[in-house]
Design a protein around this ligand. Structure first.
Ligand code: HEC
Length: 181
């Protein structure tokens, strides 16, 4: 009994020390506050694990209710042009100046696209945004129907019907200063 109590006491003591060490690490400025260094392993683990769990929970059985058509895809292209190019680039996949300064890079989707992801996953990311990154939530500004049209376009970006592709190629480049790195 006595040894169980001292064992539990040891664990509680260790936990208190850990919490205090974490608190003083934050207060003493050891946790990066700028966006010009890479995220720490702890930050990466929390962000990735939480995102995977949320996607698993929220996208089960979720399917795009909007019918694929050239018209709906073109609406998706226009919504992307208005809301996304500054971070994810146009069809030339050349990053803008802001896109070169994120500590979690924004993929240039024309080159590094999400055609392999389920549409429901892209829908979720656009609607809710991605915590700990620059990816914003579009819930306050876009209707679900509009987000589904964007997700439909992202899914087919590498095999668009010719009339939609022509519209996509017309979205002006946002290419910034060529990166020196
Ligand atoms: C202010 C910058 C910014 C804007 C605007 C933005 N995004 Fe993002 N987005 C990001 C960043 C940064 C990431 C990377 C997040 C990560 O890796 O977890 C991201 C991630 C994504 C992803 C996941 C990519 C992958 O490889 O898994 C998708 C899909 C996406 N954004 C779509 C969009 C769409 C569609 C829009 C417009 C409606 C948009 N984003 C607007 C910054 C932005």
């Amino acid at each position: 009994m006595k040894s169980t109590i001292s064992f539990l006491g040891g664990i509680i003591f260790a936990l208190v020390v850990l919490v205090l060490a974490g608190y003083f690490a934050v207060k003493a400025g050891f946790v990066p506050a700028g966006a010009d260094t890479k995220p720490t392993a702890v930050e990466r683990w929390v962000a990735n694990t939480a995102l995977r769990a949320a996607l698993e929970r929220d996208t089960k059985g979720l399917a795009n209710p909007v019918q694929p058509s050239d018209e709906n895809l073109i609406t998706g292209v226009h919504l992307y042009a208005e809301n996304c190019v500054i971070c994810h680039g146009a069809s030339d996949a050349k990053p803008s100046n802001p896109a070169q300064g994120f500590y979690i890079a924004a993929p240039q989707l024309a080159e590094d696209g999400v055609e392999d992801d389920p549409e429901a996953e892209s829908f979720w990311k656009v609607k809710h945004g991605i915590r700990f990154t620059a990816m914003p939530s579009f819930a306050p500004t876009l209707e679900d129907d509009q987000i589904w049209k964007i997700a439909m376009f992202l899914k087919r970006m590498d095999k668009l019907p010719p009339s939609v592709d022509a519209e996509w190629k017309q979205v002006p480049s946002v290419a910034g200063t060529p990166s020196s790195k």
